[in-house]
Structures are given as structure tokens and as C-alpha cells.
Design a protein around this ligand. Structure first.
Ligand code: FAD
Length: 417
């Protein structure tokens, strides 16, 4: 990583509070660590970029409800495969690349933020007491709230492993197959993954619209490819039907069977029902409504600074899924935003120290891009390349572990300080 040989240290000292220790929040924290030490950010790919001329003492605090980094995009596999579950969640304290002297972690939930006094209130996970955390800069990257089984609900690694184990047992021992309700990105990945891991189970995917992925701004041929691959994998796909009733049927054995009634009156029995209907809710309840749009996403400008009518906007920044940003929300986008927010905050700090003007980098709306892991193969869509699929594409987009190693290496989480 290029660094500046003539780097000087400024006398000011800054505290940065990052809310959310996932893709967006960690990328922002790590890029700030690099910049504070007079180095280019680890995510830099601009050959003309110059390393900072000054070292800036920055104390970074990351607060997260979870006790570790969880590879969220691997959830369809993590909840179905014991080995992968164990790899997908790493406690912050066990990650070599996070062991910097000026980077600390708090496990807790942010309950309020006071923009005027620049103080956040955090309910500490261990003591349950509310602690007060003053900051100079705040980065909100707490993403969206999603229900089980889209994502696990545990907040501790050991609880998560139990949660995954229980889910696996339910899937494995379901009598008469498994029904997944909802053919969005999560539902299709979950259906394919379960069919590959449990080939003896009958897997049925039910979607209310005539086309899978109906709420995504993607062309029909992409959705049709996904549909064909699922059917080729052995998944039964039912389109254009809503589940209007789910009734548990008592059986003599320990395991229940469910009777589902569809909107056309059709009935089917299954041993287990998984709800993959997307119910993603912004986690912005700790912010005042002036900072948010009508759906609860943070209003930001192109530099990722808060743009709502709040005090001290230049000290408040947001990254990732929680931002009101155009385009499909993705983990790559969240990390990219983390990098940009860090560069811009660093610019602002430098300006405060030297009396200059910050030169902000801006981001454009995300293009409609999607990559889906469907068991052994992947399908992708980009405006430039259209729809593609194949096992090679699976390797390049997701590697062998649903993209876990790719994200881990990109953020350099395995590299000790
Ligand atoms: C099943 C699934 C599959 C996906 N597959 C893909 C894919 O293949 N490719 C892709 O690019 N994207 C994929 N995505 C989308 C991707 O996961 C998101 O875009 C990405 O996680 C956004 O990152 P983030 O850092 O903004 O938020 P998140 O990853 O949601 O992280 C937010 C963090 O904030 C913490 N938090 C929340 N509230 C608080 C609070 N009040 N106080 C403290 N901490 C808090 C949470 O515990 C969490 O760790 C998938 C999503 C899902 C659910």
C-alpha cells in the first residue's frame, strides 16, 4: 500500500463512531485506518491517487448488535450447511485485520443520536445499560432489518450456530418436503441451495407473480433463466399463486405437517414452510425523521453526507443499504460507499486541520446489476453484458463459499496489523 514518505502528524485528534460492523461500516472504518496513517485506502484503484500528506490521529469505534462480522450474502447456505455456518460468522475479536490500536468494538444497539451535541446512546449488549458515546464524525451503516430465515436473528456467534443447527434439523427431517414462499432473490437462492444440500427432499417454490424476481428492475430473460435453472435442479416452481392459508395438521409423529391453500384453491401438504417474502425495514429508528425519507432511508447527497435538515450535516455520513440510493442494494455497493465516505471524512478532517477546503469524491447511482448463486451455477445480469450463467461465473462471482473469501480478502480481514 503506497504511503507518503514525508508524512507529518497533525495535532488534532478525531473520534469516529461507525454504526454497523458489516460490509459498509467495516469498509469505512478500515479505509479510515489507512488514511489516518498516511496511506492510500486499501480499496483504492485509482493509479493517480496520492497518499495523504499528514497522519491524523483517529479513534474509531464500531458499534454493532452482533458480536462479529457475519457474511450476510451467504445466508441461504449458512443456514443450511453446518460447515459453512461456522465459517460465515467470525467474532470481531477473532479477526486479525481488525486489531488496530485505535479501532475498538462495542456490542450494542444504538438507540438515539443527538446531532447537535454529537452524542450517540447505545444499549450495551452485556450490561443492558445505556452508555453515552460522544463523537466528532458519525457513519451510519446499520442496514436493513430482515426476518428469519432470510437472515439469522442471533446476535452471538454461538447462538447463531445453534439457530442454524435447528433450522438444518427442521429441513432435514421435514416429512413431505419443504415449501419456500417468495421467489425474490433470497427465495430462489434458498430453494436452489436446499435442493443441492438435501436432494432427497421435495423443494417447492411458490411466488405470487407470474415471473420470479418480479420486484427487481431486471429483464425477463434473466428471470426466465433463473426459473429454468431451478427446475433443472429439481425445484418445483409454482408461479402466479399466493398462499392464502397455512394450517398445521396434527400427526401422531413428533414432526408436524402443514396444509397450504393457494389462491386458485389448490391445496398441498408439506413438512416445513419457509417464508422468503422480503420484508426489509430500514434500521434508522435511532435517527430523527428530518434525516430520513418517507420509507425511513437516510437522505444523503452524492458525497454520502446526510442531506436532510439536521444540525452539523458535515459530521454525519451514511453508507450501504440504509441510504436512500438509486439502484439494487448490494454488498459491493456498501463497501464502495464505505471507501468513499472514509475518503470524504478524511478530506473534511484535513480541511479542519489545515484551513483548506475539502475536495469530496462523489458516487453515481448504482446500475441494475445482480448475481445469484443457484446451487452449482450462477446467473448474472449487467446492462453491458446482459444475462450470463455458468459454473465458471459461479467461481468468479462467488468462489467456493458464496463470496465469503472474496469479501474477506477485499477488506483484508485476514491481514494482521
Ligand atoms: C440472503 C441475502 C443474500 C444476498 N445476496 C447478495 C449477493 O449475492 N450479492 C450482493 O452484492 N448483495 C447481496 N445481498 C445484499 C447485501 O447483503 C446487502 O446489500 C449488504 O449486506 C449491505 O451491507 P450494509 O453494511 O449496508 O448492511 P448490513 O450488511 O445489513 O449490516 C448492518 C449491520 O448493522 C448492525 N445494526 C443494525 N442496527 C443496529 C443498531 N441499531 N445498532 C448497532 N448495530 C446495528 C447489524 O447487526 C449489521 O451487522 C444479499 C442480502 C441477503 C439478505
Amino acid at each position: 500500500m503506497p504511503s507518503n514518505d514525508f508524512v507529518r502528524t497533525v495535532s488534532r485528534n478525531f473520534r469516529v463512531l461507525v454504526i454497523g460492523g458489516s460490509y459498509g461500516g467495516l469498509a469505512a472504518a478500515l479505509a479510515l485506518v489507512d488514511l489516518s496513517q498516511g496511506r492510500l485506502a486499501r480499496f483504492n484503484c485509482n493509479p493517480d491517487a496520492k497518499a495523504p500528506t499528514h497522519r491524523i490521529p483517529i479513534q474509531i469505534t464500531v458499534v454493532d448488535k452482533r458480536d462479529g462480522y457475519y457474511h450476510l450474502i451467504g445466508s441461504p447456505k449458512a443456514l443450511a450447511c453446518e460447515k459453512f455456518a461456522s465459517e460465515a460468522w467470525t467474532r470481531f475479536q477473532d479477526i486479525p485485520g481488525l486489531k488496530y490500536p485505535d479501532l475498538r468494538f462495542i456490542q450494542g444497539s444504538v438507540s438515539t443520536v443527538d446531532f447537535k451535541t454529537k452524542v450517540a446512546h447505545i444499549v450495551d449488549a452485556e450490561t443492558k445499560n445505556t452508555r453515552t458515546e460522544p463523537y466528532d464524525y458519525l457513519i451510519a451503516g446499520s442496514g436493513l432489518r430482515r426476518s428469519f430465515p432470510t437472515v439469522p436473528q442471533s446476535l452471538q456467534r454461538d447462538e447463531f450456530l445453534e439457530e442454524a443447527k435447528e433450522h438444518m434439523a427442521d429441513v432435514k427431517h421435514a416429512r413431505g418436503g419443504i415449501v419456500i414462499v417468495g421467489g425474490g432473490a433470497v427465495g430462489v437462492e434458498m430453494a436452489a441451495e436446499l435442493k443441492i444440500l438435501y436432494p432427497e427432499q421435495k423443494i417447492t417454490l411458490i411466488h405470487s407473480r407470474k415471473r420470479l424476481l418480479s420486484s427487481e428492475p431486471l429483464p425477463d430473460d434473466f428471470a426466465e433463466r433463473v426459473d429454468s435453472i431451478l427446475r433443472e435442479t429439481g425445484v418445483d416452481v409454482i408461479l402466479g399463486q399466493r398462499v392464502i392459508d397455512t394450517t398445521a395438521i396434527d400427526t401422531k409423529s413428533r414432526r408436524r405437517v402443514w396444509k397450504l391453500t393457494l389462491s386458485d384453491g389448490q391445496q398441498l401438504q408439506t413438512g416445513h414452510v419457509l417464508n422468503a417474502v422480503s420484508q426489509s425495514i430500514p434500521t434508522s429508528t435511532y435517527l430523527p425523521k428530518e434525516a430520513l425519507n418517507a420509507e425511513g432511508y437516510i437522505k444523503v447527497d452524492r458525497s454520502l453526507q446526510f442531506s436532510g435538515a439536521i444540525p452539523n450535516p458535515e459530521y454525519h455520513w451514511a453508507v450501504g443499504d440504509l441510504t436512500a440510493w438509486e439502484g439494487i442494494k448490494r454488498c459491493g455497493g456498501a463497501m464502495h460507499m464505505g471507501h468513499y465516505a472514509a475518503m470524504n471524512i478524511h478530506q473534511h478532517m484535513m480541511a479542519e486541520c489545515t484551513g483548506g477546503k475539502p475536495d469530496y469524491q462523489t458516487l453515481q447511482p448504482f446500475p441494475s446489476v445482480m448475481g445469484l448463486a443457484l446451487g452449482k451455477t450462477a446467473v448474472s445480469y449487467t446492462p453491458g453484458e446482459g444475462t450470463r450463467e455458468g459454473e465458471d461465473l459461479m467461481k468468479s462471482l462467488f468462489g467456493k463459499d458464496m463470496g465469503h473469501t472474496i469479501c474477506w480478502n477485499y477488506m483484508r480481514l485476514g491481514e494482521a496489523y
